[in-house]
Design a protein around this ligand. Structure first.
Ligand code: NAG
Ligand code: NAG
Ligand code: NAG
Ligand code: NAG
Ligand code: NAG
Ligand code: NAG
Ligand code: NAG
Length: 421
């Protein structure tokens, strides 16, 4: 779920735009990649003045014009690397426009369906009721699936504002935030027949707050295989959004649903994650990653703001026996805006859509590179953000509002095996 930047940035910090200095240069093998010395991420010549609501690269004012120019020039690159791992990952990749004129503001979900070579995505709630679309990667065409409901569920099409989702073992699960007509829920969709089935819509008769994202794992138990659906629920008023329902009655939380046992249980309270948003899992199912979309720019950074949340990524251990979580680890802090659309690749790298673009952290939390929003979306007013993307094998699929881009990476980042039992 995307938090829109509420401010407009007409004034710009004065910057020297000289010739590209030699201390940071486009990579020898890829003119769309700038490799920056990672020292700039933590040590700058004085005086400098950064701004939480402006990009690091061209929004940091520096008296030292050489360094200012290095950073500002990097802002012109589609890919910015702070680490050899990212440079290798990009290789000779280019930013390829595959859908130039999407007639819809796409931007959420980003569900790779490997069996069918598809990416499912939804439009953003900021553009009105959300719609589900399917991108066929084999020919770069986008279709709106003609969904039908399973018996007894007939009045629930169109879907009640799908927001996030996940493919697992032949089924697509969708998180729905709800409408004025019906509460938030989780549904499953058969990607071959487009038949929709309800999965979860209440907790002992109480409505869930809007369900925003979900991920699926499974465990081998003595009773057989048990799946776990991890879902985020949050009161959307934090984003100034409403779907026409009364305020949530249950507090924000992450939940775990186990279809085989029928257990819907809360796993992370709002005291731990103030504004739950994305949820992702490592390939080996040992770690759950979640995001808190408490934005420093809107809720303040200092103690005076009385807010416990940070714009951040947290990692939990997942129990291989019962699927419950423990050992919260502070994994990453979003520099600008919030982290959205979280995915964890096969090497444990964590990918999130932040206001500067798609930010990639390595498996131990270092920011190693950026898919630069300023090049992907261009500079537009009001400022637009990317909220989500898909990792499909060796391809990053960028949901860029009225466009879709792909970036073919130098390695397979997500293989299909995590999606089957
Ligand atoms: C940060 O940038 C915004 C937009 O340019 C501006 O309104 C604000 O005053 C800046 N903040 C600081 C601390 O300079
Ligand atoms: C990437 O590099 C190619 C080849 O130099 C160039 O034509 C293209 O414009 C570049 N794309 C971007 C987004 O910089
Ligand atoms: C600017 O910063 C660079 C890198 O820290 C340094 O080598 C250079 O001497 C500085 N230039 C000036 C004019 O201070
Ligand atoms: C694209 O591929 C899908 C899946 O094979 C197919 O159903 C569809 O007709 C194709 N569309 C076009 C325009 O070729
Ligand atoms: C996975 O899919 C297969 C084939 O449809 C099905 O037989 C099996 O029950 C599914 N397993 C789980 C745990 O959902
Ligand atoms: C479940 O058991 C199967 C068969 O022993 C094994 O291949 C698989 O890796 C196990 N999965 C998990 C998540 O433990
Ligand atoms: C934080 O709480 C204190 C004490 O209740 C209150 O005086 C103050 O106005 C609050 N600050 C904000 C930004 O809400």
């Amino acid at each position: 779920m995307q938090l829109q930047k509420g401010l407009s940035f007409a004034t710009s910090v004065a910057l020297a735009l000289g010739p590209a200095p030699s201390s940071a240069s486009p990579s020898r093998s890829n003119c769309n990649l700038t490799v920056l010395d990672s020292e700039y991420t933590h040590l700058l010549p004085l005086p400098f003045e950064g701004n939480l609501t402006r990009d690091f690269l061209d929004g940091t004012a520096l008296e030292n014009q050489t360094v200012a120019a290095v950073l500002a020039n990097a802002q012109k690159s589609a890919f910015v690397s702070y680490d050899d791992e990212f440079t290798r990952l990009i290789g000779s990749a280019t930013l390829d426009l595959i859908v130039p004129d999407a007639p819809f503001p796409n931007g959420e979900a980003g569900i790779w369906v490997p069996d069918l070579n598809q990416v499912w995505f939804v439009t953003t709630l900021y553009g009105g009721p959300t719609k589900l679309y399917i991108l066929f990667l084999e020919n770069n065409t986008v279709v709106e699936p003609q969904l039908t409901a399973t018996a007894g569920y007939g009045t629930h099409i169109p879907l009640a504002n799908p927001a996030g989702g996940y493919y697992f073992n032949g089924t697509v699960y969708l998180a729905l935030v709800g409408t004025d007509q019906e509460p938030a829920s989780v549904v499953s969709v058969d990607p071959r027949t487009y038949v929709v089935r309800p999965v979860v819509n209440s907790y002992f008769g109480l409505e869930l707050p809007p369900v925003d994202d979900l991920v699926v794992t499974y465990t081998n138990t003595s009773r057989g295989v048990e799946k776990h659906l991890y879902l985020s629920t949050l009161d959307l008023s934090a984003f100034g959004l409403t779907v026409g329902r009364p305020a949530a009655v249950l507090p924000n939380a992450f939940w775990m649903f186990t279809p085989e046992t029928g257990a819907l249980q809360p796993i992370i309270p709002r005291a731990d994650i103030f504004i739950p948003n994305g949820v992702a899992v490592s390939k080996d199912f040992r770690h759950l990653f979640v995001t808190d979309t408490s934005a420093t720019a809107s809720v303040g950074g200092g103690a005076l703001w009385n807010v416990t949340g940070s714009p951040a990524i947290y990692r939990y251990d997942l129990s291989p026996t019962d699927g419950l979580v423990s050992n919260k680890v502070f994994f990453g802090m979003t520099r600008e805006g919030v982290s959205d659309g979280i995915k964890v690749d096969d090497k444990g790298r964590v990918w999130t859509a932040e206001y500067e673009g798609i930010v990639v952290r390595n498996s131990v939390g270092k920011v190693i590179g950026l898919f630069n929003k300023e090049v992907i979306l261009g500079t537009q007013t009001p400022v637009a953000e990317m909220a989500n993307f898909a990792l499909a094998g060796d391809t990053l699929v960028l949901l860029a509002l009225d466009k879709i881009y792909t970036v073919k990476l130098a390695e397979t980042v997500v293989s299909p095996d995590r999606y089957t039992v």
